[in-house]
Design a protein around this ligand. Structure first.
Ligand code: PBG
Length: 331
């Protein structure tokens, strides 16, 4: 009787395991790589000074005053992160989200401060009204419904004020119809033709935004976002959303959330081939954090596996609260 393993008994021409035998050979044939310069770090900017308040449902994520947002950006830069995405927590909210367009509000002030202290860092700003309205909806309400066109006018004002503060990229996340074209036109008319638009093109109505709404204090006071955010069941509709935003002048299109919508990321990338971002959202982050805190998963491995999957699906850009940790893990 022959000893098992002494020599092969099967004749196999192809043995896929040959290319998995060592780290060197695995690295040689690896199809997907991550690099810190594809990560965007979201930051929540509030008023005051020296404020660094951890978000209860997002360990490691903080509400930051402008000075602290600058420090966080500089620290992220040292980790290899080259871009940030700013969200604002205004001091005052009203029914039309006026603070969204205030040149002295946290986001606009943070853009100027970051551009002054760390000019090489790319600054993107989220454009939406939900953080600024007292009712928490993404737009202006008329008879209890979000009125598309008046909302777009207000979003245009917000985007222009971000560009005027020096934002490199404005990122409308509201899902109103026609906002990309309206923002593009307004930016161009005011001499901001170099300001890019990253549109949240296929943004789904997702339960995974829960922790973000703690962080941004933007939960709707009544109702939900189903009248404008996409039905999770639809993928062909995502292609129509993306087509429209590309047509209207979006430079980068985004799919959001990321992991539950990898098929959508892949289809968008295949169909359009334009720079495609994926937002690894708050709930995706907090689930990993929670499991890791319970000792139920190996967090660094799970983090890199998730980010690799998003990249493998076709994302060029990954917006993630893990940006700094992932950059350090890759160093
Ligand atoms: C604003 C906005 C949201 C997110 C990004 N921009 C919340 C929402 O639509 O309710 C979610 C990001 C995250 O969950 O990390 N409209």
């Amino acid at each position: 009787m022959s000893t098992p393993g002494a020599h092969s008994t099967l004749h196999l021409t192809r043995r896929l395991r040959r290319l998995r035998r060592s780290e060197a050979i695995r690295a040689m044939v690896r199809e997907t790589r991550l690099a810190p310069d594809m990560f965007v770090l979201p930051l929540f900017v509030c008023g005051g000074e020296g404020v660094r308040r951890e978000v209860r449902s997002m360990p490691g994520v903080f509400q930051l005053s402008v000075d602290e947002a600058v420090r966080e950006t500089e620290a992220a830069r040292r980790d290899g992160i080259r871009s940030v995405l700013l969200f604002g927590l205004p001091d005052q909210k009203d029914d039309i989200g006026s603070a969204a367009c205030d040149p002295e509000a946290p986001v606009q002030s943070a853009v100027r401060a970051i551009k002054r202290e760390a000019p090489e860092v790319l600054v993107a700003t989220d454009v939406c009204l939900c953080e600024y309205t007292d009712h928490g909806h993404c737009g202006i309400l008329v008879d209890g419904e979000i009125a598309n066109d008046p909302t777009v006018e207000q979003l245009v004002r917000a985007a222009v004020s971000h560009a005027a503060s020096g934002a490199d990229i404005v990122a409308p996340s509201d899902m109103m119809d026609g906002r990309v074209g309206a923002i593009r036109q307004a930016l161009d008319e005011r001499g901001f033709e170099q300001t890019a638009i990253m549109s949240y093109a296929a943004k789904y109505c997702s339960a995974f935004y829960g922790p973000f709404r703690d962080a941004a204090e933007s939960a709707p006071k009544f109702g939900d976002r189903r009248s404008h955010q996409m039905d999770p069941a639809n993928a062909r509709e995502a292609l129509r959303e993306v087509a429209q935003d590309v047509e209207e002048g979006a430079d980068i299109v985004m799919v959001k959330p990321a992991l539950p919508y990898l098929d959508v990321i892949a289809r968008v990338k295949d169909a359009f081939g334009c720079p495609t971002a994926a937002y690894h959202v708050s709930g995706e982050y907090s689930m990993l954090k929670a499991a890791a805190r319970n000792g139920w998963i190996d967090e660094p491995r799970a983090m890199l596996e998730c980010l690799t999957a998003i990249r493998r699906a076709g994302a060029d850009i990954i917006i993630t609260y893990y940006a700094r940790e992932a950059a350090r893990a890759l160093a």
